[in-house]
Design a protein around this ligand. Sequence first.
Ligand SMILES: [Ca+2]
Ligand SMILES: [Ca+2]
Ligand SMILES: [Ca+2]
Ligand SMILES: [Ca+2]
Length: 456
Amino acid sequence: MLQLIMKHVCWVGKIYSSKNSRLFVVAAIVFALFDIIYTVDVIGYTPTLRFSDDNTMPLVRDPNLRVEEVVQGLELPTTMAFLDADNILVLEKDKGTVQRIVDGQIMRKPAIDVNVATEVERCMCGIAVPKNNEDPQYVFLYFSEAISKDGGEAIGNRVYRYEILNDTLHKGKLILDLPALPGPRHNGGAIMLGPDNNSLFVPIGDVDGSFNPDGQFVRTLTQNYVNSSIVDGRSGILAVDLNGRPIQNKGILGDSYPLVLYYAYGLRNSFGMDFDPVTGNLWDTENGPAYADEINLVEPGFNSGYTPVQGIWSHGVNPSSNVTDWEIFSPIPGGLADFGGRGNYSTPEFIWIDPVGPTSIKFFHSEKLGIQYKDDIFVADVHNGRLYHFELNSDRTELKLSGSLEDKIANTTAELDGVIFGEGFGGITDLEVGPDGYLYVVSIGQGKIFRILPRS
Ligand SMILES: [Ca+2]
Ligand SMILES: [Ca+2]
Ligand SMILES: [Ca+2]
Ligand SMILES: [Ca+2]
């Protein structure tokens, strides 16, 4: 605590001259309390749920394509999944509902309504539906579960497996129970089935793990706190079977539980991932603190580097200083957790210096928008309501970037011009390729689902 106050004494002292020392000591204490009460990556930042509430009709730049509204009237929709060609399931963040959409109408009764914790980013977060019609048909949900009512105390970030019967979800089986503390941010949750359709991939952030007043929370190896020996399920992409058990006895990073579940680690937070349908490689988006959002190629054992590194820079840079002054992180031996050489740090394939809040990343495995988009990447953002379009290089291990993006870094918004595909969607939280082959867009800001389809 004293250390924290002293840090702020020093910081505030740089701004005020030392003439009025009482003023700056008081200011420092206020700032220190602020630091404790709120999770801060940057001094003065209050965590809020931040998204674009732009309420215009969205536009795409390709003149051969158009945007159409599929459904409206959803309350803070987060993620969606197709049950079949006519049935969409969509999660509402703070109601704990999975709404069923048929022919553009929200059905009167939700498929399920659970108790969800709602503070800031706590959420009804993610849904995954295996691609088969076996009996029983499973639906997986990831949510911040609350005691007794919506908005209640968070008791875990949990994955449940349900069976769908008569359009409702039954027989909830808890298959994975992950920390919800310290929180309330960085819960991840954009779960998806693996390419084998028999495994579930579960991204979870550090759950505000770089915020640790009085050392009361656990700092873990998977957050690259190298002096820790603890692994608790946070800061990673976990892979489990459809019962929530390890896929193999032999884990990628280690064999003890829950390390045995980790496919990747060192994530601050992720709201999206997808498998390349051509190579099988996993890619994700990750959210930086006040700088350096990322797109990553996630090979087995991938270490994204957080907490010591975000983007290519040491964590804790002052984002308002000149980027050329930022210290570039070099992974000195022993500086990052590597689990006896089984984990590998690698730098992002794309960085937004100014955060856009990237969410969904989707390989567009469809020819319905024109052959030129087939198997390309679409990425959505929640701060601006933009869609980005990326092509891949010939071996599909990097994005094909040109001009001022050749350095893999969007230094300014202007540099993004060549990769912006559409805008005006309100904050986007999910993308799906429909059974009709069109691109579906979930807007938390507009409470709608849109789809993008050919103009004629
Ligand atoms: Ca989805
Ligand atoms: Ca509820
Ligand atoms: Ca990273
Ligand atoms: Ca650049």
